[in-house]
Design a protein around this ligand. Structure first.
Ligand code: KG4
Ligand code: ZN
Length: 362
């Protein structure tokens, strides 16, 4: 391959309940296919690992095939395969990783294990394909202003990640218990809003009075930038029990959604303001993860950031907020191709359900 050409990655993500594949080159996603399992897990009110594994096994082949077809790419044109090897649900990770290893062996391509959180943290950088020929070079260390603070707010993670330079990740704070999306889902479940409840809570909150019910502001006495949503969740559970869950009117549910969401976001913004005050060197703030599609959260973040003369960047599409493989391909583009594992060494790679982003190196 000529040195001037950007690598082309087939990326695969099966970290939780979405089976996803994407072909990417540089910042461009040439295809992005996601087979969602939401309907399958809805009756259980959360992700059922054994069912997730079965569905990944069924979906992975067709999803990869479609991603290649939509990008109009043949396996021989790929530089390699990038796959999420952690963090995530172990049985779900296993399916994506095993499939990626099989493809790497059959096609004689190198395999690059990618950290799922690195994908979310960088997801604002994904761009749609602009032309069939374009392969933009990545000069991120000079193109963008660093350091960046990336907020990953999803169903599995809530983290403040300081990126000093591409590849240098420092976790400034993270949730000590539930992730923000997970807590929204749990409170929504108490209100019988179905699964996942985060997007429903957002819509109901728009109709409700956010000041009707008072919730505490967590972790105000600690100096850390960590988050905690489980106390707020317990407070909601006690309040709903007091009001009588079967007695709630539509207006009560809207007010509860509005008040709880406001309390959760206030907690996030309180800690973010602390970080921005203590770290005046931060040049940009990015937002990723499923909760990043919440428009109220985006608006509140923008208001806060204005005080610090900072702008918020969000992923270009809703599908790039939630779990997707385009973000895995994007992250792969920032790594050296030489970091990828050759077909002979594949046996050495295993899933890493607890892989910390802080240990990722370029
Ligand atoms: O990133 P994601 O697809 O999966 C994980 O990596 O965890 O995030 C899913 C989470 C769910 O908890 C869902 O309720 C939440 O993101 N979510 C939202 C919204 N859309 C998805 N939460 C609040 N407002 C939304 N609009
Ligand atoms: Zn995720």
């Amino acid at each position: 391959m000529s040195k001037k050409l950007m690598p082309i990655w087939l990326a695969i993500d099966t970290s939780c309940d979405d089976t996803s594949a994407s072909v990417t080159s540089g910042r461009q996603a040439w295809s992005s296919v996601i087979a969602s399992q939401t309907d399958l897990h809805r009756p259980y009110g959360g992700v059922f690992p054994t069912l997730a594994k079965q569905a990944h096994r069924q979906n992975i082949g067709p999803v990869v095939k479609l991603a290649l077809q939509r990008a109009q790419i043949k396996p021989a044109q790929l530089t390699g395969i990038a796959v999420t090897s952690g963090p995530g649900l172990a049985p779900a990770l296993e399916i994506g990783l095993d499939y990626a290893k099989q493809l790497a062996t059959t096609w004689h391509k190198p395999l690059l294990p990618i950290n799922h959180l690195e994908g979310h943290a960088l997801s604002v950088l994904i761009q749609p394909r602009t032309s069939k020929k374009a392969r933009p070079r990545l000069h991120l260390s000079t193109e963008l202003k660093w350091p960046v603070l990336s907020l990953v707010m999803s169903g599995g993670h809530s983290s403040f990640i300081l990126i000093n330079q591409p590849g240098q990740y420092q976790i400034l704070g993270e949730t000590l218990d539930d992730a923000l999306g997970e807590a929204l889902d749990k409170v929504g479940r108490l209100l019988n809003l179905g699964y996942p409840a985060g997007p429903v809570m957002e819509q109901l909150a728009l109709l409700g009075n956010p000041n009707r019910f008072k919730f505490p502001l967590p972790l105000t006495t600690t100096k850390t930038y960590n988050l905690s949503f489980s106390g707020l969740k317990t407070a909601a559970s006690q309040l709903i029990a007091r009001l009588g869950s079967t007695e709630l009117t539509a207006a009560d549910i809207q007010d509860l959604a509005a008040s709880w969401q406001q309390a959760a976001f206030r907690h996030l913004l309180y800690k973010l303001a602390k970080i921005l005050t203590d770290h005046p060197e931060i040049k940009e703030v990015w937002l990723g993860g499923g909760v990043a599609s919440n428009l109220t959260l985006r608006r509140e973040l923008r208001q806060l950031l204005k005080k610090y003369q900072l702008k918020l960047k969000v992923p270009g599409k809703k599908n790039w907020c939630t779990d997707n493989a385009a973000m895995i391909g994007l992250a792969a583009s920032l790594h050296q191709v030489s970091q990828a594992i050759t077909a002979q060494q594949l046996a050495k790679i295993d899933r890493q359900p607890d892989w910390s982003l802080a240990t990722v190196k370029y």
